[in-house]
Design a protein around this ligand. Structure first.
Ligand SMILES: Nc1ncnc2c1ncn2[C@@H]1O[C@H](COP(=O)(O)OP(=O)(O)OP(=O)(O)O)[C@@H](O)[C@H]1O
Length: 368
């Protein structure tokens, strides 16, 4: 396994880029720690595949360098980087059996037959295909073929990194969960450096130790699932992660107080944002309905089983609140307040650190 370093990395598909918008990937400096599991998360077109292809060697970046354990590999081919890749759609040899497909990368490296057998059996169990290992791959469903592709990607333990590009797209929902769990287990057992590209937040948050959130060609935050939930570094992260995403209110912030639509809200902490536009971000989990606070009107209630999502209109701002299944929901007019510790302040879409420093992570959840 290797530490992967990105140094001044940027990429434009144009020959002579003239503005930042010409870059599919904006400048990025980052170390991917040896042995960690990362998810690269973001909407379609944000640059995830561009970044992954640069790491794997399918694409040479227009700027910057890629290092594996300090060695410059920017111009090395994929094969010479010693990585395993699994793509969105299956890549299997139809004329071979499943067993032969799984054994292929090991045979190529000249492993002993007994070692090959043991590993193939293990991976076969992991992808739940032991009884069909001797069937030919031709004629199998896309789902089954993709499981073989995943298995083949994971069969070697001497790779520098394992890269997955939306690998579960064709897998049925139940098996998705199962395979994700297995991948995580494999990661704990072998400590591979894994990079997993997805636009699905559940996939990213359940798989990864660290999630790298991309937006418009930029990495906007790298953090644990808890950090992304409690302290989204950019309003996009707040909106993209969570279901529903974070509520945003235009606000005037002065010290501990925010003015929102004529109401004054105590932020619980002091803030000193710069001169840019300020917003308050509050996740639906931290919105409370009551007699005081910002006037709002309930527009819809969605019962989603364990809790209800209450949709409100607060002076033209659309707000979502999550309330317990049995909690009463007023019909029409109400007020909203924010649970202590559940508030983030943004200036020009970037998070402002409270003057007194950061509270321990999770303080908001406990207070709520
Ligand atoms: N070969 C290419 N030539 C020119 N532009 C490209 C090329 N590949 C990607 N792009 C552009 O670069 C930007 C980033 O694309 P990229 O495929 O990296 O995003 P993505 O996040 O992986 O999206 P998706 O989830 O849809 O695959 C997009 O604007 C895309 O149109």
């Amino acid at each position: 396994m290797a530490k992967i370093t990105l140094q001044g990395l940027a990429h434009s598909y144009l020959e002579t880029p003239t503005s930042p918008e010409d870059f599919a990937l904006q400048e990025l400096n980052h170390d991917w720690t040896d042995g960690e599991a990362y998810a690269l998360l973001g909407p379609s077109g944000c640059g995830k595949s561009t970044l992954l292809n640069i790491i794997s060697g399918l694409l040479i970046p227009s700027h910057g360098r890629v290092l594996f354990d300090g060695k410059d590999v920017t111009h090395l081919s994929t094969a010479d980087r010693n990585i395993a890749q699994v793509f969105q759609f299956p890549v299997v040899y139809d004329t071979m059996t499943m067993r032969e497909n799984l054994a292929f990368p090991l045979k190529n490296r000249g492993l002993a037959a007994s070692e090959i057998n043991a590993r193939v059996e293990r991976i076969g169990r992991m992808i739940d295909m032991t009884d069909v290992l001797d069937r030919r791959a031709a004629g199998l469903t896309a789902d089954a073929k993709q499981k073989i592709s995943l298995g083949r990607g994971m069969v070697r333990d001497d790779v520098n990194a394992l890269l997955f590009d939306e690998p579960l797209t064709v897998i049925d929902p139940h098996m998705k969960w199962e395979l994700r769990t297995q991948l995580k287990k494999l990661h704990h057992e072998f400590g591979h450096t894994m990079i997993y590209v997805t636009h699905d937040q559940t996939e990213a948050l359940t798989f990864a130790d660290k999630v790298v959130v991309m937006y418009d060609g930029r990495v906007v935050q790298i953090g644990t699932p808890d950090e992304l939930f409690e302290r989204p570094a950019h309003t996009f992260v707040g909106y993209f992660i969570g279901s529903p995403g974070m509520n945003l209110f235009d606000a005037e912030v002065q010290g501990r107080t925010a003015g929102i639509g004529g109401a004054e809200i105590d932020l619980g902490e002091g803030y000193r944002p710069g001169p840019g536009a300020t917003k308050i971000g509050v996740r639906p989990e931290y919105i409370r309905l009551g007699q005081t606070g910002i006037p709002a009107r309930v527009t819809r209630v969605e019962d989603v089983g364990r809790h209800k999502i209450v949709r409100l209109d607060a002076g033209g701002t659309q707000v979502a609140a999550i309330v317990g299944e049995g909690a009463p929901v007023p019909d029409g007019g109400t007020h909203i307040v924010f649970a202590p510790g559940g508030v983030n302040v943004y200036e020009n879409e970037w998070r402002v650190v409270p003057e007194g420093g950061e509270a321990p992570l999770g303080a908001g959840r406990e207070a709520a």
